[in-house]
Design a protein around this ligand. Structure first.
Ligand SMILES: Nc1ncnc2c1ncn2[C@@H]1O[C@H](COP(=O)(O)OP(=O)(O)OP(=O)(O)O)[C@@H](O)[C@H]1O
Ligand SMILES: [Mg+2]
Length: 272
């Protein structure tokens, strides 16, 4: 692991005693009966699952299934209508996004939005400042350079966001998230719009990040990629979990084929 990424997290206080046996043995992330309603629509409904340290959990489901809403709930940009989110055994429901970032939760955005006036290094520095306390400009710049190296964007550090290809913009999203020094990385469609070679590179990058000790939750529509990279796959449909198992089980589950895979497999075959 690089120096910047292996630093201990800066004073990540939950405001409670983190050393009890219960918290020590707790899953890294646990959602308990989470519901998010927008008016009459339940975008996420009674969703419960947990994620152990070191895992890669894939999340799939049709458009509008509630996947990005789930990421927004975990990252803290949305509050659940009901239910509780635990991180390392602590209830984080009331914590704002920057506090969650400092606890080690990082996310990418489905629609990439680099700061247009900033170059790539500066974009990543924003991530470093957001997630790590007490960094000065030099420290943030060092973190940015290490992370850009890791995602293979170092040669474009002085480019503006508008000069990047789709694949580079996706890498920049990952770099900004990594610069927060995460324990848990939430990836929302970082492979969308990539060529098959770029998808293979992205799979490799995610595997490398995971080997560094980062737990990953990855949302993707590219079924073969998510099956390759994930230890387990959770399937959402109309905001509800309809399956959660190892990839081979999920991909052969008639419920999942009926709700999602039938159509996706056909699309992937047409694209080949
Ligand atoms: N801020 C919001 N206000 C109202 N409705 C919303 C809001 N955000 C999401 N929704 C609705 O919630 C549902 C779930 O949306 P979400 O973006 O989570 O789906 P998704 O699974 O990420 O889909 P996709 O695969 O297309 O990215 C959709 O019906 C969407 O229109
Ligand atoms: Mg989405």
């Amino acid at each position: 692991m690089s120096d910047a990424l292996s630093q201990p997290m800066a004073s990540n206080s939950f405001g409670t005693n983190p050393s009890s046996a219960e918290q020590h043995n707790a899953p890294l992330l646990q959602l308990v009966d989470i519901t998010k309603r927008f008016g009459g629509l339940s975008a996420v409904k009674d969703l419960s699952f947990s994620l152990q340290q070191g895992e890669i959990l894939g999340v799939i489901g049709p458009n509008g299934a509630g996947k990005s809403t789930m990421v927004n709930l975990i990252g803290g940009s949305l509050a659940p209508t009901s239910g509780t989110i635990f991180y390392q055994g602590h209830d984080i429901n009331r914590l704002p996004p920057h506090r969650r970032a400092r606890l080690g939760i990082a996310r990418t955005f489905q629609l990439t939005q680099p700061f247009i006036g900033l170059d790539i290094r500066e974009n990543v520095m924003v991530g470093a400042f957001f997630g790590q306390r007490g960094l000065n400009r030099t420290g943030a710049s060092r973190v940015a350079d290490e992370v850009l190296e890791r995602v293979n964007l170092a040669h474009k550090a002085t480019f503006k966001g508008s000069q990047l290809t789709i694949a580079d913009r996706k890498r920049l999203e990952i770099a900004r998230a990594l610069a927060t020094n995460p324990q848990l990385l939430l990836l929302d469609e970082v492979m969308a719009g990539l060529t098959s070679t770029e998808v293979a590179q992205a799979v490799e990058l995610i595997q490398q990040i995971n080997k560094m000790g980062v737990t990953v939750l990855i949302i993707e529509h590219i079924v073969h990629a998510i099956a390759t990279v994930s230890n387990r796959i959770l399937v959402l449909h109309h905001g509800q979990k309809i399956a959660e198992d190892e990839p081979s089980q999920v991909l052969s589950d008639p419920k999942v084929i009926g709700a999602y895979l039938g159509e996706r497999y056909a699309k992937e075959r047409r694209a080949e």
